[in-house]
Structures are given as C-alpha cells and as structure tokens.
Design a binder for this molecule. Structure first.
Ligand SMILES: NC(=O)c1ccc[n+]([C@@H]2O[C@H](COP(=O)([O-])OP(=O)(O)OC[C@H]3O[C@@H](n4cnc5c(N)ncnc54)[C@H](O)[C@@H]3O)[C@@H](O)[C@H]2O)c1
Length: 407
C-alpha cells in the first residue's frame, strides 16, 4: 500500500468515526464558519438552531460585530412574533461564538467558508486551514461560481473538500447544493449531505460545473425575457404579467432581477457565460449591463427595470392572451431545454434537478415534468422554429429532447 493510499484509508476511518457519532450517538458537531457576511451569518444561524456549537471567523472585526448584532435582532424579532421562545433564542445565540482568527477552528468537524468570491483568496484560506483543523475535518466552500476542484487542488488532503452551496437568505431557503470536487472522497459527500439534511434542508448533488444546478438552469428565465424585451416583442410589464399569469411563476423576470439586484444578477450572467467558454446561450444583455453602469441596481437603489420612487407610475401590461401565452411558452421552452440538457450531461439526477428548481427558485413545477406534460417533440419543435428564424446557436436543441419521449 502506498503512503497516499494509507493516508486516504486513515482519513476514511476518521471520517467514518465522525459520521457514526453524528448518526447514531446524535452528537452535535463543532461547526466553523469563515466569513460573517450575508451568507456566513445565515449559515451560522441555521447550524446553531440545530444544536451545533458554531464558531464564526472573519478577518474584519466590524463585520463580525455587525453580524452578531444582526443575528440578535433577527432572534428577537422571531421571539416577538412568537416563533421562538425567549429561552430558545438565547440558546441559539449562546451556541455561536464570534472570533477573529481561524486558529479557533482546531476542534471543528466541518468548516464552511463564505468569504469573498475570489479563487486565489479562497485557495490561500483552504491551504492555511489544513494546518489548523483536525485530520477528519470536512472543508466546505459556499462559492456560487468558482470550481470546487480548483479550490481543493491546493489542499494536502483534497479528498476532504466539498461545495455546500446555500441560497440567500440561508436561514429561510430550503435548498443546499452539494458539490463534490473531482478529488472529493464519496464518504465526504455522503457525510456532508447527512449533516445538511439534519439541518432541515433539502439537498441535491450537483456536478462541479459552472452554476451547478440552479444558477445554470435558471439562466433563460432572465435572458430569454430580456431578449423578448430588447427585440420589442413586449415591454417589461407585459412579459412579467405573462410569466405570472400563464407561467404560474410567483414573480416575473424583471421584478425578480430588480429584487435580486442587477449588480449580483448581471455578474452571475457574465461569470456563467465566461465559464462556458462564451456559449451564446449564456450571453449577457446590454439592457442589463447599462442598468449596472447607471447603478440602477433595482429595488435596493430605487430604480432598476422599474422605478421605485414613491410617486412613480408603473407601466401597464398588455394583457392580450395570445401574446402573453406565446411569451410564457417561449421562456418555459428555453427553461425546459436547459433542464433537459443538464440531465443529458449528467449534471444531476432527474429528481435532484426537479427538487433544485422547485425549492431553489420556487418554480411552480419541475421543468422535466413540464417538458413531459407538453411533450418533448413539441418542445423540440418550438426550439427548431426559433433556430430556423434566428440561426443562432442559442436555440440549438439538446439531443435528449429528440431521443427521449419522456424526460
Ligand atoms: N450573497 C448571495 O446571495 C450568495 C448566495 C450563495 C452563495 N454566495 C457565496 O457566498 C460567499 C460569501 O458571499 P456573501 O454575499 O456572504 O459575501 P459578504 O461580502 O456579505 O461577506 C463576506 C465576508 O467575508 C469576510 N472575508 C473576506 N475575506 C476573508 C478572509 N480571507 N478571511 C476571513 N474573512 C474574510 C469579509 O470581511 C465579509 O464579512 C461568496 O463565495 C458568494 O459567492 C453568496
């Protein structure tokens, strides 16, 4: 047996011990969170609510203090609304300690990193962490766009690294994508999934590819809607009305982008496009780029596609049924296609793709089920019609839609 094989075997043994403690003895874990921003603070709340001892680390003392104060306010509000007893709120707050240095993570069973989205900074952090944590400790990244494989590549034990992609707000959103790197030990993926499941989350396993499941499959919801608008086929109010009324979506694409913030949504569009070697399907739009340049970031800045000023008159939708049905159909066809192609490329299992899109972005039904209800031949025919009209690669049809009668 080589030294590497011996190391992997002893790591597996240690990990198995942690796993058994967790499953059978129901021992709560020591969780480390690095980064006390939007995501780190939310994940800390979730872990502490489920009885774990949590240490939150941040290099910025002010950010730590702000996160601690923010959590106390959240817990007070929940308590005032009767959703938590004051005693329980105090218990949750007491499960978390706030610390300036990663050195405090030496006893952690699982460390979740939620720092700035920068590969070099994350790699440096992971490499340093290995000198601090136990041999059996799982190291996870909450990155939404970076490769878990490249983060793991700088580690001495890359087999212990995994992606745990929570959604914002982490305390409320049910979905977590589990993303094994190329190097991840299968037992690490299983243990990570068990732990996150025990925090009352719905977990799905995604291949380490850009956008994982949700941020990849949801792209056409935004991009096809913007395309319809840029071409003048309909205005934003009509497209939003069509998606709500005939698509069953809770929000239209423009309302949703205004809520997410164009600085965030445009960056995801650009990152996904670059990561897919500039595949035309993911090309970002000038309409949204200009909003970002104008700092019209959406609701938070008072102006996005819509104007949120107090006396602003909102545009009225054209409620013509034929027009609205065709708008909703075109966007949904593009979404079904993206889901089918992800299935074709084994990005995730059928069940996980359906769960991810209904829990991660609250779609009214699973896209593959939608495709089956409409019929794969009809979806393929609609894509072919668009391709015939535009002759753009963006509308090419996945082989899966042609070869399978059912998705
Ligand atoms: N915000 C979202 O909607 C969202 C959703 C899913 C995933 N993510 C991912 O989660 C991560 C964090 O995002 P966020 O929105 O919470 O960011 P944020 O800017 O709100 O918080 C990041 C925190 O990390 C700290 N930090 C930066 N570098 C550090 C270092 N080297 N060591 C210790 N602390 C450091 C900062 O001081 C800051 O408090 C990113 O990778 C992001 O892609 C974000």
């Amino acid at each position: 047996m080589t030294q590497t094989a011996r190391n992997v075997a002893s790591f597996q043994k240690a990990l198995f011990f942690v796993y058994i403690c967790f499953l059978i003895l129901n021992v709560y874990m020591n969780i480390g969170i690095i980064g006390s921003g939007t995501m780190g603070a939310g994940i800390a709340q979730v872990a502490a609510t489920h009885g774990n001892q949590v240490i939150v680390v941040d290099s910025n003392q002010t950010a730590l203090q702000k996160a601690e104060a923010g959590l106390l306010v959240t817990l007070e509000k929940l308590s005032a609304k009767g959703k938590l007893s004051a005693e329980r709120a105090a218990q949750i707050a007491g499960n978390i300690s706030w610390n300036g240095s990663p050195d405090s993570l030496s006893d952690a069973d699982l460390v979740i990193e939620a720092i700035v989205e920068n590969l070099e900074v994350k790699q440096q952090l992971f490499a340093n962490l290995e000198g601090i944590v136990r041999e059996s400790c799982i190291l996870a990244s909450n990155t939404s766009s970076l490769s878990i494989t490249s983060i793991a590549s700088v580690c001495r034990k890359p087999e212990r690294v995994v992606g745990l992609h929570f959604f914002n707000p982490a305390a409320l959103m049910e979905l977590v994508e589990i993303v094994p790197a190329l190097q991840t030990n299968a037992a690490v993926t299983d243990t990570a999934r068990e732990i996150i499941d025990s925090w009352n989350k719905k977990t799905v396993v995604a291949k380490d590819t850009p956008g994982f499941i949700v941020n990849r499959i949801a792209r056409p919801f935004y991009s096809e809607s913007i395309r319809l608008y840029e071409e003048g086929i309909a205005d934003i109010a009509t497209i939003d009305y069509a998606l709500r009324t005939y698509g069953g979506f809770k929000m239209g694409a423009f309302e949703l982008m205004d809520l997410i913030g164009h600085d965030v949504n445009y960056t995801v569009n650009e990152t996904v496009c670059r990561s897919f070697y500039y595949d035309q399907k993911y090309t970002p739009s000038f309409a949204q780029k200009r909003l970002v340049e104008a700092r019209w970031h959406g609701r938070k800045s008072g102006r996005g596609f819509y104007n949120y000023a107090e006396n602003a008159v909102q545009p009225a939708a054209n409620t013509d049924e034929a027009l609205c049905r065709s708008i909703a159909e075109r966007v949904i066809v593009m979404l079904i296609h993206e889901a089918a192609h992800a299935l074709y490329l084994n990005i995730a299992s059928r069940g996980d793709i359906e769960l991810a899109m209904t829990k991660g972005v609250n779609y009214p039904k699973g896209l593959l089920q939608w495709g089956n209800e409409w019929g794969t031949a009809k979806v393929a025919a609609k894509l072919d019609e668009l391709y015939e009209w535009y002759h753009e690669d963006r509308y090419r049809c996945s082989p899966l839609l042609r070869k399978a009668e059912l998705l």
